[in-house]
Design a protein around this ligand. Structure first.
Ligand code: ADP
Ligand code: MG
Length: 266
């Protein structure tokens, strides 16, 4: 595989949208795998108690596994929980277990509760990674706030269907609050249109609306609906290795290439 340009400094990208089922996890996992296949060192941090990103990348995340919960709640160093993903040598995962479901509540009484992930990342040697992708849960609670404070960039996946833009204002308000109080460096750098169904006019309308509203931060690549994309997680693989020739894998490759070539936008 041809190598893509690698960033001068590690890009920490948070993937967030408080709506469930819009493709956050699928996007995190497949962009990570694609970047890794093109020469980058990539870490995926699973910040969703469901642990879907951990499952999809084939890493253990039963209750006894040291996980991001231990990092957020018990100050375990991030390096102590990072494990390799079986599918690619330069792809790593910080897994989530069900314990993380309790963290949303337990964080409330912690000192600097919004900064726990940030501090763990600051103490972590990121120089060995080109990208850290943080997959976040479907809410605007403390876990997502930790994800927003931890990142330098925000990638918002938007599902091409009715109500796609509903809730986006609320997300962007949260981003503004985070920027003014907690993480001035957060840049809403990327929007990715997901689950595009070329047969419907609605999908095209949603895509047009998102593009006219957000302009060039919207990647030109659109991710189509593809059965292979939804099958891959049950094999503990990204679609990039499960079926590299599928339309979903090709699209995620294109999107990852755009991301890599755009670099960390201002
Ligand atoms: P989120 O993390 O935002 O909740 P997911 O990435 O888990 O969303 O996606 C929700 C569901 O849609 C999953 O079952 C996933 O496999 C499926 N899915 C995501 N993207 C696609 C796609 N491009 N084509 C088909 N199914 C998809
Ligand atoms: Mg998810």
């Amino acid at each position: 595989k041809r190598e893509w340009p690698r960033p001068a400094e590690c890009r920490v990208m948070t993937i967030a949208n408080q709506k469930g089922g819009v493709g956050k996890t699928t996007t995190s996992v497949n962009l990570a795998a694609s970047l890794a296949m093109h020469g980058a060192q990539v870490l995926v941090i699973d910040l969703d108690p469901q642990g879907n990103a951990s499952t999809a990348l084939g890493v253990e995340h039963h209750a006894d596994v040291p996980s991001i919960y231990d990092v957020l709640i018990d100050d375990m160093p991030l390096a102590d929980i990072v494990v390799p993903a079986p599918e690619l040598p330069n792809l790593h995962v910080a897994p989530a277990t069900l314990h993380l479901a309790g963290a949303e509540i337990e964080l409330v009484s912690k000192v600097a509760r919004e900064l726990r992930l940030r501090r763990a990342l600051d103490a972590f040697d990121k120089s060995r990674f080109d990208y850290v992708l943080i997959d976040s849960p479907p809410s605007l609670g403390l876990l997502t706030v930790n994800a927003l404070v931890g990142g330098n960039e925000l990638l918002i996946p938007i599902q091409c269907e009715y109500y796609a833009l509903e809730g986006l204002g609320q997300l962007l308000n949260t981003v503004d609050l985070v920027k003014s109080h907690l993480n001035p460096g957060l840049n809403v750098s990327t929007i990715l249109l997901t689950m595009y169904d070329a047969r419907t006019r609605l999908a095209a309308q949603v895509a047009d609306e998102v593009r006219s509203h957000f302009g060039e931060i919207v990647l030109s690549t659109v991710i189509p609906r593809s059965v292979r994309v939804s099958e891959a997680p049950s094999y503990g693989q990204s679609v990039m290795t499960y079926d590299p020739g599928s339309s979903g894998a090709l699209a995620y490759n294109e999107a990852a290439s755009e991301m890599a070539h755009r670099g960390a936008a201002e």
